[in-house]
Design a protein around this ligand. Structure first.
Ligand SMILES: NC(=O)c1ccc[n+]([C@@H]2O[C@H](COP(=O)([O-])OP(=O)(O)OC[C@H]3O[C@@H](n4cnc5c(N)ncnc54)[C@H](O)[C@@H]3O)[C@@H](O)[C@H]2O)c1
Length: 257
């Protein structure tokens, strides 16, 4: 308890999966958490309040710049500061490169790349006024290596990785006290996997997949990522910026025995 006391955090895509877990963990550690999502998420914020935390939910499409400005202005008015931004909202557009339409490609980029760009651009002024902060962009191991059938997703997540490093360097050069890091989850059990095999009636067996591909032989849970987010959000990581934190049970380290 208390690692985030006095801090205000904004988490996008917080109605589900990893974003939800991030909001819950940050609130449990004392942060005031502003949750946003394109889908309904009031009950997640309500659950945090019932558990004794401080949270509010706002409908928000991360591709909408005007809405970003409204959200950040609301945080300035309600809380007077912003210390942590978790750019988590994301989608996975699957398909062979020859089958993808330009519209699908642009939609993938709009949510996963434009959304992160807008989050940083619109939040930085308030974070700077607050005297510093931590930006955490949720990329993927798909931002570190390719995956057949996921070219658009990989391109979007690779983009987030280098955007993160560039923002980290700009902030460091300004001496504004803001750090910016990316997290690269492996196989985490969330609803996003339903988007990876569109049209298939067979749900992906994440346990079987993880047993075969992950050295630790298990899938990750949203809390595994939320705990990494908490570390990067807190002062415990104050000497880390522009870093890519991989949380994948060893999947990208090498082939499991
Ligand atoms: N689950 C995994 O294995 C995994 C692995 C690597 C990276 N990730 C990344 O983690 C992040 C969270 O995904 P998740 O696994 O929790 O999936 P999820 O589908 O449970 O959550 C994603 C959330 O983003 C929201 N969202 C989608 N489009 C949005 C938009 N335009 N504006 C605002 N919100 C929007 C969704 O409504 C949803 O609540 C994503 O960026 C994803 O790419 C997930």
């Amino acid at each position: 308890m208390g690692r985030m006391s006095g801090k205000v955090a904004l988490v996008t895509g917080a109605a589900s999966g990893i974003g939800r877990a991030c909001a819950e963990v940050l609130a449990r550690e004392g942060a005031i958490v502003v949750l946003t999502d394109v889908q309904a998420g009031e009950e997640v914020a309500a659950g945090i309040r019932v558990a004794g935390g401080k949270a509010s939910f706002h409908k928000h499409d991360v591709t909408d710049e005007a809405r970003w400005n409204t959200i950040v202005a609301g945080i300035a008015k309600d809380h007077g500061r912003l210390d942590v931004l978790v750019n988590n909202a994301g989608i996975a557009v699957a398909g062979l490169v020859t089958d993808l339409t330009l519209e699908q490609w642009r939609h993938q980029m709009a949510v996963n790349v434009d959304g992160v760009f807008l989050g940083v651009k619109c939040s930085l002024p308030l974070m700077r006024k607050s005297g510093g902060g931590s930006i955490i962009n949720i990329s993927s191991i798909a931002g570190l290596r390719g995956a057949a059938g996921l070219s658009a997703y990989c391109a979007s997540k690779g983009s987030v990785r280098l955007f993160t490093k560039s923002v980290a360097l700009e902030c460091a050069a300004m001496g504004d006290g803001i750090r910016c890091n990316s997290i690269h989850p492996g196989i985490i059990e969330t609803p996003i996997w339903g988007q990876v095999v569109p049209g298939s009636n067979e749900p992906l067996d994440l346990d079987a997949m993880s047993a075969a591909r992950v050295p630790l032989k298990r899938k990750g849970m949203p809390e595994d990522i939320a705990n990494a987010v908490l570390f990067l959000a807190s002062a415990e990581s104050s000497y880390m910026t522009g870093e890519e934190m991989v949380v994948d049970g060893g999947m990208t380290v090498g082939t499991p025995q």
